[in-house]
Design a protein around this ligand. Structure first.
Ligand code: GLU
Length: 265
């Protein structure tokens, strides 16, 4: 067990789910995974926790609708796919959250929205109001007007910005990897997971070298960059495998799952 979770209250939680976790980028959406995540969020909300979901998957859903098997390289094609896929993604969430009597609200934002103080205040107020109304905010980048997360982060950077904005108790990044590996898992099958990181050293950064993914752009590198921003202000981060049953609940119970990055302050 991780004593950290016994000593720190986790009342406000951001969960980020990546494209690779939710879709295969061809014509398959992993409804079973979405179900698993929704069920856990429902459990947290029923326990009175304040939850924010940051979800990628718009482009993946757009690819499914348009029956496109390979992720295009042109930005405007990706942006159009996101525009096509985002309402579909939200309709999937709405349908599944409905079963748990949870209402959702969509927030499409960009990095720029957190730079300007007036827009930042509006954004914070809206998210706070949704939480106050017991609505689950589901955030994605507004891919029509910004391309940062399409080209680099798969919403990892955006998640960090929301974490800083709302000053949450913890951020959990869920993808298809078990956590930070002690070597490149694609080159060395005998890798093991580093379960706790006290400080993001140069060595840790080197371990986060991205490995190829043909569907989404984010990877360990963008997660580590996002994590640095969060732990620097005192927000702990866990990177874990979202395909595992009960992963979010188990992390919050203190089970040793994924990589925990301890806050620096
Ligand atoms: N906003 C994008 C989406 O929802 C980010 C993920 C990606 O680049 O695949 O699809």
């Amino acid at each position: 067990m991780r004593s950290f979770f016994l000593n720190h209250k986790m009342e406000s939680i951001i969960i980020k789910v990546g494209t690779n976790l939710l879709t295969d980028g061809k014509d398959i959406i992993y409804y079973d995974i979405i179900e698993k995540i929704v069920k856990q969020i429902a459990e947290l909300k029923n326990a009175g926790k304040k939850v924010i979901l940051v979800s990628s998957g718009a482009i993946g859903c757009g690819m499914k609708i348009q029956k496109i098997k390979e992720r295009p390289s042109k930005l405007e094609q990706l942006q159009a796919l996101a525009a096509i896929g985002q309402p579909h993604l939200m309709s999937i969430y709405e349908k599944i959250f409905n079963k748990y009597n949870i209402k959702i609200g969509q927030i499409l934002m960009t990095k720029e929205d957190t730079k300007d103080s007036i827009r930042r205040t509006h954004l914070r107020n809206t998210i706070s109001e949704l939480i106050e109304l017991d609505i689950l905010p589901i955030i994605n980048e507004n891919d029509t007007v910004a391309v940062e997360e399409i080209t680099f982060g798969d919403n990892d950077t955006l998640t960090a910005l929301v974490g800083l904005l709302m000053f949450v108790d913890i951020v959990i990044f869920l993808s298809t990897i078990d956590g930070l590996c002690d070597c490149n898992p694609q080159k060395n099958p005998k890798f093991s997971i580093i379960h706790e990181v006290q400080k993001i050293t140069h060595e840790i950064e080197k371990l986060s070298q991205d490995f190829e993914s043909n569907l989404s752009i984010g990877g360990m590198k963008s997660k580590i960059n996002a994590t640095k921003k969060l732990i620097n202000v005192g927000i702990p981060v866990v990177i874990a495998n979202g395909t595992q049953d009960n992963v979010i609940i188990d992390i919050l119970k203190g089970k040793i799952i994924g990589t925990l990055f301890l806050p620096e302050k």
